[in-house]
Design a protein around this ligand. Structure first.
Ligand SMILES: Cc1cc2nc3c(=O)[nH]c(=O)nc-3n(C[C@H](O)[C@H](O)[C@H](O)COP(=O)(O)OP(=O)(O)OC[C@H]3O[C@@H](n4cnc5c(N)ncnc54)[C@H](O)[C@@H]3O)c2cc1C
Length: 614
């Protein structure tokens, strides 16, 4: 124990442990308290819930609101929309479940102080598009966090959770989690009856377009480090649709969002010569995906596809035509404010590059791929569905429980349910929280047991990189390259390069094939071997090290899934060069994986897609 003698071990007992206090985590914490008045509800967050997660900077729109009170949309409409956008493959039971509850979440947010814009004529919420409503959302996250703070028994900020703990007595049952305080270094052991993972999506898996001094400027939050996937994967939870990474068309260099521009400002795109180009690629796309190209709205991936083809044909760059809309002072204001409350970096990039969108049509580009379950893709854990709506095959207990007992998830964590966004993620957190309370209450005295051996072994493993650095550092007199250890930034860049070149990143124009994927897996395995030689010079580097572990495991999962699905289901997100067409006959299904931490092996299988909504 000498090595860790100065470090405290902090034990926390909880009924429900919520990991990650972003949108879903705050929803889970809030709702757990509503149903579990007498329970101990603990939320643990690696940053500070006040400003953490993908909504940290604020948002300008809530992208998932039905408007049922005004008869605008019904939950079934949203299921059809998400299914269409995902080229037919969504968990309709889970999507429906969110859609039927999401309006009540939005009404709560307004009650708690979130300013939602209203249409002066109708008095209804101001629509940006069919599903989006506009907000003054700079303080969106603090408002949501306040509700979670008041609901939680305790919130632990600045704790990076690295591993889940399993029940010593009953196989396949979760028992808690461990992590460390990124400021003090204290080791935390959380013992819990139910755990809800809400740890966000994954950026920096693929090499980003912004490198060097700009590498922190990615579209998805740079601190979304794949814990949402790695934590369940490590303990053998089944994952689904991990191949379904997302590529975003965004303003170049700042990743500024385009939704308000297209939907509210009614801007449109042109190629470098000022021509319309989407129609030109209609036949080409139809040959790949059949009549999915005729669906309305055109699936997001297929719009990317037209951009990629047009640029590859030598007619780039693609530009957003803003010059017309920006002549209207109201639209000009909306255009700028859209960034100021959400992606201020885009405004700074334009200022620094002499781009005034009133006079210059700004460039768009496609981003590097991200892995996430709440936006226009649906990677994540395979979860049990709602009792009243899910087909029997999708139900094995409690709503949003994964294939590990007592382990729940929400938001980016849960797979198969695209287009939840901020409001849907909070709503799914609420659904998971309610189900977790039921799980805990049903458990009575059979609570899980944590093994001291397990968490002490993990403690040693977690802090080892500090020790590797302390000893290895003596072998070099300057610089960062050591014969004995690998720094997290080196490992991260190696991971991003492998994923980029072998698994369909920007440098191959999102193209991969079976041969590349097999080689990618070999290189990922070599990186995994080297992970025991990570060196961390301080607690910050230690956090980076564990983020890298999580990103690496999620990347392995993405690669296995991409290899397994022998078709190109989402052209514009990625291409299997050896299976260039969508193949509904063989692949109108979900892909599932399960990782065995004892053998390091992955098992893949297919699961049926049930179309519940006509
Ligand atoms: C640029 C951008 C623009 C967007 N625009 C919109 C929009 O206009 N409208 C809209 O409705 N939605 C929008 N979204 C989507 C929305 O932000 C997400 O859908 C939502 O935040 C997902 O919720 P979540 O709880 O799953 O993840 P997050 O909100 O990201 O929360 C995850 C939390 O987990 C924490 N965490 C991660 N790892 C660990 C760990 N190991 N231990 C402890 N804590 C951990 C993180 O710090 C974070 O607080 C946007 C997202 C981005 C990135």
């Amino acid at each position: 124990m000498g090595l860790f003698g100065r470090r405290k071990t902090v034990f926390v007992d909880a009924d429900i442990l919520v990991i990650g206090g972003g949108m879903a985590g705050c929803g889970a914490t809030y709702e757990s308290r509503y149903w579990g008045r007498d329970l101990k509800i603990v939320c643990v967050e690696k940053a500070n819930i006040e400003r953490s997660g993908a909504v940290a900077q604020g948002l300008y729109a809530i992208n998932c609101y039905m408007g049922m009170q005004w008869g605008e949309n019904q939950p079934e409409d949203h299921v059809r929309y998400a299914r269409n956008d995902l080229m037919g493959l969504v968990r309709e039971d889970l999507g429906y479940d969110i859609a039927r509850h999401v309006d009540s979440t939005v009404h709560k947010l307004e009650e708690w102080g979130l300013p939602i814009m209203r249409d002066p004529k109708t008095g209804r919420y101001q629509r940006e598009g069919k599903w989006q409503i506009m907000i003054h959302g700079e303080s969106y996250k603090p408002i949501v966090a306040e509700a979670a703070r008041k609901a939680a028994t305790e919130v632990y900020n600045r704790i990076m959770v690295t591993h889940l703990l399993m029940d010593a007595k009953q196989a396949n049952r979760v028992a808690g989690a461990v992590g460390f305080n990124v400021r003090t270094g204290d080791f935390h052991v959380f013992r819990a009856k139910a755990v809800i993972v809400c740890a966000g999506g994954a950026s920096h898996i693929f090499k980003p377009r912004s490198v060097g001094e700009g590498m922190g400027r990615t579209w998805y939050a740079p601190w979304s480090s794949a814990s949402a996937y790695a934590l369940p994967i490590q303990v053998g939870a089944k994952m689904t649709q991990m191949e379904n990474r997302i590529v975003l068309t965004r303003f170049k260099d700042g990743y500024g969002p385009v939704g308000a521009y297209f939907l509210h400002l009614k801007t449109y795109t042109q190629n470098g010569y000022g021509e319309e180009y989407e129609k030109r690629w209609y036949e080409d796309t139809k040959a790949l995906v059949g009549d999915y190209i005729d669906r309305h709205p055109v699936p997001t991936c297929l719009r990317n596809h037209a951009i990629l083809r047009e640029v590859a044909a030598g007619r780039g760059p693609i530009r957003m035509v803003t010059k017309e809309a920006f002549q209207d002072p109201h639209k000009e204001t909306v255009g700028w404010e859209n960034f100021l409350g959400m992606t201020i970096g885009q405004a700074v990039v334009w200022a620094s590059q002499n781009i005034d969108p009133k006079h210059i049509n700004p460039e768009l580009t496609t981003s590097e791929p991200y892995v996430m379950g709440s936006h226009a893709t649906c990677s994540g854990a395979w979860a049990s569905g709602p009792e009243d709506y899910a087909p029997a095959e999708y139900q094995w207990g409690y709503n949003r429980m994964m294939t590990v007992d007592g382990l729940f998830g929400a938001g980016d964590t849960i797979g198969g349910t695209a287009h939840k966004f901020s409001s849907g993620s909070f709503t799914e957190g609420r659904i998971a929280g309610k189900a977790a309370v039921k799980y805990v209450k049903d458990m009575k005295n059979g609570q899980p047991q944590v093994s001291e051996q397990e968490y002490r072994d993990l403690e040693k493993l977690i802090y080892q990189p500090l020790e590797n650095y302390r000893i290895g550092r003596n072998e070099i007199v300057a610089g960062t390259v050591s014969p004995s250890y690998l720094l997290p930034i080196h490992g991260l860049q190696r991971l991003e390069k492998i994923m980029d070149e072998y698994v369909g990143g920007i440098s191959t124009n999102y193209m991969t094939n079976g041969v590349l994927l097999e080689r990618g897996l070999e290189l990922l395995a070599m990186l995994k071997e080297d992970m025991s030689h990570m060196g961390a010079e301080d607690l910050h580097s230690l956090q980076r090290t564990w983020e890298l572990h999580h990103r690496l495991l999620a990347s392995e999962s993405v690669t296995h899934h991409t290899l397994f699905r022998e078709e190109t289901r989402w052209p514009g997100y990625y291409y299997r060069g050896d299976h260039m067409k969508l193949d509904d006959e063989n692949w109108h299904c979900f892909t599932l994986s399960r990782y065995d931490r004892n053998t390091g092996k992955w098992e893949m299988e297919k699961a049926p897609v049930y179309h519940i909504v006509d």
